[in-house]
Design a protein. Structure first.
Length: 203
């Protein structure tokens, strides 16, 4: 998979195999997850191919639920723990090894960022959204789940390109775009167009 078109953060993040990331000396680890549903929705005449969730963080930036892996803690155990703390995720949706997507490294901070995804039904997606209000970290570390608008309005900016003008934590913008490309929810051409349009806001 070619990620060259979507590595858009100011810091340089590089893809690495999971097993190789675990063997990097003196590197810390973090793990995050995108919960989504392949459910098409429509706003007026604009269609969105899926329901995709992100969250507003305590620092005003967008990201995915998840967090740091404790010393000696298994990566999968860590991300499941963080999902329970941040969005009150029911254990029946717990991640498994097959939910792993990819890993990026940030050599400047000696950190590995592992990324997972979890597909659920529309009903389960909506239930998960509601359950976040009862999360341990809600209103403190996390400020709520949001849906990503995966459509572009005819002006070429509002919708997904405008969403990309938000401030994203770490490499979460690359994680989002890589996720969308991995599951063919948006084509690479659409991603490139949206990224370019996001750099030329209309308002």
């Amino acid at each position: 998979m070619d990620f060259s078109c979507i590595l858009v953060e100011k810091r340089k993040f590089e893809l690495i195999e999971f097993k190789n990331a675990l063997n990097l000396p003196e590197y810390s680890h973090a793990a995050h997850c995108c919960i989504y549903s392949r459910t098409s929705t429509q706003f007026k005449k604009y269609k969105s191919p899926a329901l995709v969730s992100m969250q507003m963080r305590f620092d005003g930036r967008l990201g995915f639920p998840g967090g740091k892996v404790g010393k000696g803690e298994d990566v999968l155990d860590a991300v499941n723990r963080e999902l329970q703390e941040e969005i009150n995720l029911n254990p029946k949706y717990s991640l498994k090894e097959e939910n792993y997507l990819f890993t990026h490294t940030d050599s400047s901070r000696k950190t590995c960022f592992h990324f997972y995804s979890k597909e659920v039904s529309k009903a389960d997606f909506e239930a998960i959204e509601k359950d976040t209000l009862q999360a341990e970290d809600y209103g403190i570390e996390t400020m709520g789940i949001i849906r990503v608008p995966l459509f572009t309005i005819k002006d070429g900016f509002r919708g997904f390109p405008a969403f990309l003008t938000n401030t994203f934590a770490g490499n979460s913008k690359s994680q989002l775009l890589g996720f969308l490309l991995h599951f063919n929810l948006i084509t690479s051409e659409e991603i490139v167009t949206a990224v370019k349009s996001s750099k030329n806001p209309l308002f």
